[in-house]
Design a protein. Structure first.
Length: 432
């Protein structure tokens, strides 16, 4: 496999873009290699600038649940683009998008469109603070909600901690109202509420964490988050940026049978275009400007291209529930095949999967939170990754990301992947 042209491009990119990339994970640094530059995609496959073909398990980090260039999405986009790309004014497609979401997601009574997941969570927190008149928020260690200042924190030391900035440039003053909690730890959240409950505006949570590898909340934990926020008059914000329309059409909230107060979306709802959204209870959403006092705005929010790609994608998913059956079947087939290989080769790995969102951790520990996820051997993952890529299988260039199945995948793609995975796992075994 040659990556000559990609190497050239990466050199060029590094001269004028920090690290050569517009989002850090794309630099492939955690798998110790240089990234291929992608030229095009079709269905399940992507092709790089050197003409290598890959089966794509990243899917633009989740949005492309229908695969690349779904014919209906492309057709509708082409029609819209001829009429103008953005007006910064009202368009009917925004209503169609909102109507579709609100009529099909039970906890969503009103919704507002933004342009990224980061913007959605940032604004949902502002709204929660505006609604409750409280300042503190709770975030779980290892959950990712984008890169806005108050969420860019890691856990401090000690049991009941306020987070510390995860990046230079985030003032301590900004994060002093963010409390970090341990994921899947009921006692910890109860202690936090006992001490700060009256001041907590909201808990924000990934109901199925997807940014420390895949780590689902237990049902007990998910239920306790709902009950404790109700007891203290705080809001429960579900960050379904990754899980929404992925683990089920109605998202993780339907698998846990929980009604959050606010929900954040992005990824799939943009069908591959930049988008984000937040919504929930009407009484809370009506505090948003211009009806209410909580300010938020966006020049390109609800633009016709993103709305069209998103609306078309959601409509296809809603009208074809069998897509989820098939996604989940292929996900299970891949996970079972990988488990079988790991067993045959006598390796140690832990599998977490929810439908078409999978993760194989190179650890013998059960992975239930950030600490246990961090026991994974990332050097083993790097070898596994490079061997997979060499054989034309494109998985996430980091241990702590999900593998995604898309609706264009077939049994044959999974079979090819499993064959490659056996070779890659053999290479991992040779590391000792
Ligand atoms: C991707 C992601 C985000 C951030 O979305 P961006 O569009 O990259 O800003 C937030 N939360 C979760 C759960 C995500 O997976």
């Amino acid at each position: 496999m040659s990556l000559e042209k990609s190497k050239e491009l990466f050199k060029r990119a590094q001269k004028i873009i920090p690290g050569g990339v517009n989002s850090p994970v794309r630099a492939f640094s955690s798998v110790n290699m240089e990234p291929p530059f992608i030229e095009r995609g079709k269905g399940t496959y992507i092709y790089d600038e050197d003409g290598n073909k890959y089966i794509d398990y990243v899917g633009s980090w989740g949005p492309l649940i229908l695969g690349h260039c779904h014919p209906e999405v492309v057709k509708n986009l082409k029609e819209v683009v001829d009429r103008g790309t953005s007006f910064g004014a009202c368009t009917e497609i925004e209503i169609k998008m909102a109507e579709l979401m609100v009529s099909t997601i039970p906890s969503l009574e009103m919704v507002r469109m933004v342009n990224s997941g980061t913007e959605a969570t940032m604004t949902a927190l502002r709204l929660a603070r505006g609604y409750t008149g409280r300042n503190k928020i709770v975030k779980f260690n290892g959950n990712y909600h984008g890169h806005s200042d108050s969420l860019l924190i890691k856990a401090g030391s000690g049991a009941l901690t306020h987070g510390v900035p995860n990046s230079p440039g985030v003032p301590e003053d900004v994060v002093k109202n963010t409390i970090t909690a341990r994921y899947n730890d009921i006692e910890n959240i109860e202690e936090i509420f006992k001490k700060y409950g009256e001041d907590i505006a909201a808990i924000i949570v990934e109901p199925i964490a997807g940014n420390m590898g895949v780590v689902p909340a237990t049902h007990e934990f998910a239920n306790r988050l709902r009950s404790i926020t109700e007891e203290y008059g705080s809001l429960l914000i579900y960050d379904e940026v990754m899980t929404g329309f992925r683990v089920a059409y109605e998202g993780a909230q339907s698998l846990y049978n929980i009604k959050p107060d606010l929900i954040c979306y992005s990824k799939i709802i943009g069908g591959g275009l930049p988008v984000g959204a937040f919504g929930g209870r009407r009484e809370i959403m009506e505090l948003m400007s211009p009806v209410g006092p909580v300010y938020q705005a966006g020049t390109l929010s609800g633009n016709p291209l993103a709305m069209t790609a998103g609306y078309t994608t959601l409509k296809i998913l809603y009208e074809n529930p069998d897509i989820y059956t098939e996604l989940n079947r292929l996900g299970e087939k891949l996970a079972n095949g990988l488990k079988e290989h790991v067993k045959t080769l006598g390796l140690k790995a832990t599998f977490n999967a929810v439908g078409s969102m999978l993760c194989m951790f190179f650890t013998d520990k059960e992975v239930v939170d950030f600490e246990t996820a961090m026991t994974s051997d990332t050097q083993k993952y790097a070898v596994y990754f490079r061997e997979m890529l060499r054989q034309g299988i494109y998985i996430a260039p980091s241990q702590f990301e999900a593998t995604f199945i898309n609706a264009a995948m077939t049994d044959e793609d999974i079979d090819i992947t499993l064959e490659a995975a056996y070779n890659a796992l053999e290479a991992v075994k040779r590391m000792g």
